[in-house]
Design a protein around this ligand. Sequence first.
Ligand code: ADP
Length: 148
Amino acid sequence: MNVKRLALFPGSFDPFTIGHADIVKRALGLFDEVIIGVGYNEQKSGWMPVDERLAVISRLYADEPRVKVVSYTGLTADFAKENGVTAIVRGVRTMADYDYEMQMADVNRQLTGIETVFLPASPQLASLSSSLLRELSHFGHDISVFLP
Ligand code: ADP
């Protein structure tokens, strides 16, 4: 039997950057399908409203049938389980990312049995973060070169 290998790439994507797009592209080389899960907190509105994030990312992958874009609230582990994913994919830029991601991966595996696959950030994109772009934008800089 040929089982579809499905990845969940969860994040805030506030905004979705060329670093995120790089992870999606590489995850497509490892999995049959990638769900981009736009996680949001009902108590916090975020920088870009979640519907807008969803619309922007969906448009980006409109011609890629192997990518699905959905929003979710609550625990990533629960969302991963509901979708029956093979693995969770996360990008790792720094040791700080690694420490945090190790904990999350461990908890998520204990809760659901679902493994997390870490993809090392491409070196030329490793300094890029959504929070940095929010800050640049706040101070009036054009961030469009960092957006896919
Ligand atoms: P979260 O709030 O869950 O950290 P983010 O949207 O900031 O959500 O990031 C989602 C995922 O993308 C995380 O695994 C993060 O490490 C990864 N990521 C963010 N920026 C980059 C980048 N420039 N290169 C590779 N991975 C990245």
